[in-house]
Ligand binder design. Structure first.
Ligand SMILES: Cc1cc2nc3c(=O)[nH]c(=O)nc-3n(C[C@H](O)[C@H](O)[C@H](O)COP(=O)(O)O)c2cc1C
Length: 383
């Protein structure tokens, strides 16, 4: 066992190791949130208001974490959520992460803003994958990404709806973080202790771009593409666009970034197959409600018609158990898998998955739940 594996016995330790490994602007790009970061903090803190009511004598002798989503079997009830630019943290970061997910028997969601092209995740060792897109001013581009995802056998499409204006991430402003990352002499001096990342990533930097936005015959440098991407986002998107995408995408369609129960009911009426209750990891609208606090009213509104998933601040296996007790079908983790890939590539992500798996197993055992189906609402007291 490598020394980092012994050290990283929980997700907070993994975060600390990632902080040590990454240049500050790169670490903060993932770690930070919008404006005063109140939603970012509450995503994590709000879990503590939910308390367990264990029933130890129910005999949880062999805890089974397996579940299914849209007919796909999963070895545990969480998947790896979409995060842009994973390839900035480790060479080929998206493929390293997807491989770890596949080996663990779960799903990797590829961000629209991946360094690799979505087609690069099409190998046999990648397992099932979901693709995430936005509604663009150029609707043709949204449909183009969806049809490329269908051709590359992505099994579900995630439409993220909370990114129509880019959140103001003030740590990035303070750090002068830019896309592409530029490092002046002072930055390089401050990065002298980040030798591993520099050795791995400096040769990669010229190749870092938004792979899915590259078009034949057009400029493909990351700066041009970042500009194009932002100008492509359409704040005027509406339910009509959901209807159009529903018609175009034949597989499961998931809306991510939904917090209002009325929107959840509307999504069900419009034939959406799944919801992800999310505030984008506190990176968009500061003071938006935390994922865990928004969950119950949405579960109630949906009334079992489609699966409700949730993300934001999941750092312990017990956080996942709480969400399941409140009616979530599964959870997504965001930053933890980025910290994992930053520390040791695929092995780091596998380690993060193992931490969650072990913590969930222990929590369920202590609660008296042998399986996901045995996690019940009466095992938790909500605030
Ligand atoms: C660096 C970073 C990039 C992200 N990029 C995307 C993205 O491209 N699309 C998307 O739908 N969500 C994106 N997210 C949000 C995540 O999918 C997820 O909602 C959030 O990270 C969950 O919170 P957590 O990080 O506390 O687990 C990103 C999050 C981070 C940290």
């Amino acid at each position: 066992m490598a020394s980092w594996q012994r050290q990283a016995f929980n997700i907070e330790e993994m975060r600390r190791l990632a902080k040590r490994a990454l240049p500050k602007p790169v670490f903060d790009f993932a770690d930070g949130g919008a404006e005063d970061e109140r939603t970012l903090r509450r995503n994590e803190e709000d879990f503590s208001a939910y308390r367990f009511l264990p029933q130890p004598l129910r005999g949880a002798g062999s805890v089974d974490l397996s579940t299914t989503i849209f007919g796909t079997p999963l070895s545990m009830p969480f998947v790896l959520g979409p995060t842009g630019l994973a390839g900035l943290f480790w060479p080929d970061g998206e493929r390293e992460t997807a491989r770890a997910a596949a080996k663990a028997g779960t799903i990797y969601c590829l961000s629209h803003g991946s360094v690799c092209r979505l087609e690069d995740l099409n190998a046999n060792d990648m397992g099932p994958r979901w693709m995430q897109v936005f509604i663009y001013r150029d609707r043709g581009f949204t449909f183009e990404l969806a049809s490329r995802a269908a051709a590359a056998n992505y099994s579900a499409l995630i439409l993220t709806i909370d990114n129509q204006y880019l959140g103001r991430r003030e740590r990035d402003l303070v750090n002068g973080f830019s896309i592409p990352p530029r490092f002046g002499p002072l930055d390089l001096l401050a990065m002298a202790s980040k030798t591993g990342w520099m050795r791995r990533m400096i040769p990669e930097l010229p190749r870092i771009t938004f792979g899915n936005y590259v078009r034949a015959g057009e400029a493909s440098d990351i700066k041009t593409l970042a500009g194009r991407m932002q100008s492509l986002l359409d704040p005027a998107m509406s339910w009509k666009d959901v209807d159009e995408l529903r018609k175009a995408w034949k597989g499961p369609l998931i809306i991510k970034g939904l917090l209002h129960p009325e929107d959840a009911r509307e999504a069900v009426n419009r034939g959406v197959d799944g919801l992800i209750v999310s505030n984008h990891g506190g990176r968009q609208l500061d003071d938006a409600i935390s994922g865990i606090s928004a969950l119950s009213p949405i579960v109630k509104a949906v009334d079992g018609k489609i699966p409700v998933m949730v993300d934001g601040g999941f750092r312990r296996g017990s956080d996942i158990v709480k969400a399941l007790a409140l009616g979530a079908k599964l959870c997504l983790i965001g930053r933890p898998h980025l910290w994992g890939v930053s520390v040791a590539g695929e092995a780091g992500v596998s380690h993060v998955i193992d931490i969650f798996r072990q913590e969930m197993t222990r929590t369920m055992g202590l609660l008296g739940a042998n399986s996901i189906a045995e996690i019940k609402p009466d095992m938790i007291i909500a605030p």
